[in-house]
Design a protein around this ligand. Structure first.
Ligand SMILES: Nc1nc2c(c(=O)[nH]1)N=C([C@H](O)[C@H](O)COP(=O)(O)OP(=O)(O)OP(=O)(O)O)CN2
Ligand SMILES: [Zn+2]
Length: 136
């Protein structure tokens, strides 16, 4: 019997979507207003879910306090109130799209989650735009 345990978190960050190896015209064609050279910001909403067997002793799949502290250490402290392009090393050469941010978050959290448990990262860039990554 497997149960999914989820923790919601948030962070605010600035970003710019562009490729340095493309012309301004191509960047504007592909990324539009997201290519603003002065950056723009989002209030990211994050849902991290861990699915696994319930420990019969504790009744937990994972203690949500542990999940909360992990998200704070690995995501909020690294991303909150940061310029993702300029201040977060993972995005020096990687466009900080919602897809790439979700994969980066998953890769940061995965080593801390029990190997037999599944990890899912849902990232809302806006209330209407969101992505999900499960490691596949
Ligand atoms: N597949 C993706 N497409 C887009 C991404 C992305 O990460 N993955 N990101 C963006 C931009 O970051 C942009 O800032 C998104 O904002 P916007 O289009 O304004 O989103 P809204 O939901 O607020 O827009 P409404 O038109 O008001 O619904 C673009 N594409
Ligand atoms: Zn954006």
């Amino acid at each position: 019997m497997k149960v999914k345990v989820s923790r919601r978190a948030h962070f605010n960050a600035a970003h710019r979507l562009y490729r340095a190896d493309w012309s301004d015209t191509k960047n504007n064609d592909v990324f539009g207003k997201c290519n603003n050279p002065n950056f723009h910001g989002h209030n990211y909403e994050l849902i991290v879910s861990v699915t696994g067997e319930i420990d019969p002793v504790t009744g937990f799949v994972i203690d949500v306090k542990i999940l909360k502290d992990l998200i704070k250490a690995e995501v909020e402290e690294a991303f909150d109130h940061k310029n993702l392009n300029l201040e977060v090393p993972e995005f020096k050469e990687l466009n900080p799209t919602a897809e790439n941010i979700a994969v980066v978050i998953w890769n940061k959290l995965r080593p801390h989650i029990k190997a037999s448990d599944a990890l899912e990262v849902e990232l809302y860039e806006t209330p209407r735009n969101f992505v999900t990554y499960t490691g596949e």
